[in-house]
Design a protein around this ligand. Structure first.
Ligand code: NDP
Length: 463
């Protein structure tokens, strides 16, 4: 049977674009790709990239404060123009989108700027009514913000909307304690917005190392976020130009805007999964095996729509591995066991790779090497912001099981720490590395004695 394409990709985000470009450009496959929105997906257009630029924009006040501590007595951030920033941001995103499109076109990928749905194991329907056949189909449609089902929730923004605001709100409520809520609380407070963050738990960033979470929780308040723990909204209603929020403790407050950051769902609505018999997990994510293959052999899926590890570089690796396997005769699985990540807070980021202390001790004995200190740079300026570095080591094998950093540029540090840890490095090998002085990162190779040892799930802690 002959097909219109060797591969048809649904979704022009990080995973889909990578797969399409490599399949066509490196392996000579005939590839089509459909994207219903801007090319680049969540990361480039509505996530990582604009968010990180906003993080940079938001740190002017902290930098000025630090510089006053170095003798620049008059240092001030001055007024911020959201309009100027937003217009520049839009131009930058357009530039990046064009680079994505140029890469696809150079590789020979045929792009369809419209929605595509599955109608068969080898067939796609485009929004304009045409149908295309393909030997293989890749679903890379990503995720969408997940509503929590409270009355009036539709009045709130989701993170996609933030980058498009006409003006900054005077007072905003952020709901949630995950990546997005914490990063945007940091950003908005840094830009001078009166920022309230309501999180139902007792420390933000559940799933991260507890000690690092506690530091992140303290830092949010220290940078001016009015963080309310153990609190979540029960209902939203319009109140003049703003939104009145009733919380689960019965209290009620007015805000100019509300941002829901309560997780994301796989984006599969109306995709035609039922019609084609592609199996999904209970949360709606597409079920795939280690090769990103779905229950239908000709259909594969990568990225957030499969809800494995919802991070851009993971989607890219999944897309590339799928193409290497299917079109390049180089079978390649993705190792999801050790993936580093960072939460871009200010002044200190939280970055992590491997097991948390809680996960490690649940598995067996673990030595914890941890240090908390005031780094030279900010201490000199008069700040008491603390850095934390932690290594978790298996006492039986000396292997480093996890690393957690709360500090300036922790994201940059963890990228490098992830290399030896991914290679299975031992603590002795960390110790054999001569320090780079003076840096904060040198602590990672100079922590000589364990701070405490956990004897395992049944045992206690010593140290
Ligand atoms: P997260 O899953 O990180 O956080 C969701 C938050 O919403 C949690 O604090 C959760 O609370 C809370 N929540 C969930 N349901 C409810 C509810 N019914 N009522 C009240 N609170 C609720 O999702 P985000 O939306 O922050 O981010 C989505 C994903 O995007 C992340 O998981 C991450 O993969 C990715 N991302 C990565 C970034 C990075 O790498 N720097 C940056 C931004 C996003 P609880 O913890 O109690 O369940």
């Amino acid at each position: 049977m002959s097909f219109d394409y060797d591969l048809f990709v649904i979704g022009g985000g990080s995973g889909g674009v990578r797969a399409a470009r490599i399949a066509a450009g490196e392996y000579g496959a005939k590839v089509g790709l459909a994207e219903e929105s801007r090319m680049g997906g969540t990361c480039v257009i509505r996530g990582c990239v604009p968010k990180k630029l906003m993080i940079f924009a938001s740190q002017a006040g902290l930098m000025a404060e630090e510089m006053r501590g170095y003798g620049w007595a008059e240092a001030q951030a001055g007024p911020f123009s959201w309009e100027t920033f937003r217009d520049k941001l839009d131009a930058e995103l357009t530039r990046l989108e064009l680079i994505y499109r140029a890469g696809l076109s150079r590789a020979g990928v045929e792009v369809h700027d419209q929605r595509a749905t599955l109608v068969g194991h080898h067939e796609i329907a485009l929004a304009d009514g045409t149908r295309k056949t393909a030997r293989h189909i890749l679903i890379a449609t990503g995720g969408r913000p997940a509503p929590i089902g409270i009355p009036g929730e539709e009045l709130a923004m989701v993170s996609d909307d933030l980058f498009l605001m006409d003006r900054l709100p005077g007072r905003i409520l952020l709901v949630g304690g995950g990546f997005i809520a914490c990063e945007f609380a940091t950003i908005l407070a840094g830009l001078g917005v009166d920022t309230v963050q309501a999180y139902r738990g007792d420390a933000v960033l559940r799933g991260f190392d507890r000690e690092a979470r506690d530091l992140a929780t303290l830092q949010l308040s220290a940078v001016g976020v009015d963080l309310r723990l153990g609190l979540t909204p029960a209902a939203l209603e319009r109140s003049g130009e703003g939104i009145a929020v009733t919380f689960d403790d019965g209290s009620r407050e007015d805000f100019d805007a509300v941002l829901m950051a309560t997780g994301r769902d796989p984006y599969t609505r109306g995709l035609g999964l039922e019609a084609t018999g592609v199996a999904v997990k209970p949360n709606g994510a597409i079920a795939v095996d280690d090769w990103s293959q779905t229950s239908v052999p000709s259909i594969f899926a990568v990225g957030d729509v499969t809800d494995r590890i919802n991070l851009t570089p993971v989607a890219i690796r999944e897309g590339h591995s799928f193409v290497d396997t299917v079109f390049g005769a180089k079978p390649r699985k993705v190792d999801h066991s050790i993936v580093a990540s960072a939460v871009y807070l200010r002044p200190h980021e939280l970055a992590t790779v491997g097991l948390t202390e809680e996960e490690a001790r649940a598995q067996g004995p673990v030595d914890v090497y941890a240090t908390t200190f005031r780094p030279m740079r900010s201490m000199f300026a008069g700040s008491d912001a603390k850095v934390m570095m932690k290594l978790l080591v298996d006492p039986a094998t000396d292997r480093v099981l996890g690393c957690h950093i709360f500090g300036p540029e922790a994201g940059e540090m963890i990228q490098l720490a992830a290399i030896p840890i991914g290679m299975g490095a031992t603590k002795a090998q960390f110790d054999a590395t001569i320090a780079v002085h003076p840096t904060a990162a040198e602590e990672l190779v100079t922590m000589r004695t364990p701070t405490r040892r956990h004897e395992g799930p049944a045992g206690g802690a010593k140290g």
